[in-house]
Ligand binder design. Structure first.
Ligand SMILES: [Zn+2]
Length: 98
């Protein structure tokens, strides 16, 4: 298996540099474009996750909780990282003052 990128030391204008083949340079540029695209997609996904998390946190804090068998609380508890809820583990109930 050959090393990638293939490099060799060169000395240009008083600087020690590493040279690569034109083929490897193009491959490196293609990898950089791919990483840039994935980074942009991950950034957009992170933004959507933060918005979704904010919505879930608001639902957890503001839903009209019916008590221990509350369907909303059951679904929130199924999340990998359930949102924190007011004391008692439930959102706003019918008797909770606003
Ligand atoms: Zn509830």
């Amino acid at each position: 298996m050959s090393e990638f990128p293939r490099t060799w030391p060169v000395h240009v204008d008083g600087q020690d540099l590493l040279a690569v083949t034109a083929e490897d340079l193009e491959h490196l540029r293609a990898i950089r474009r791919q990483v840039g695209g994935k980074s942009a997609r991950l950034s957009a996904m992170g933004a959507r996750l933060r918005v979704t998390r904010g919505i879930l946190d608001r639902i957890a804090a503001e839903h009209a909780c019916t008590g221990d068998a509350c369907a909303v609380c059951r679904e929130l508890d199924r999340l990998p990282h359930p949102p924190e809820r007011p004391e008692g583990g439930h959102g706003v109930g019918p008797d909770t003052p606003n």
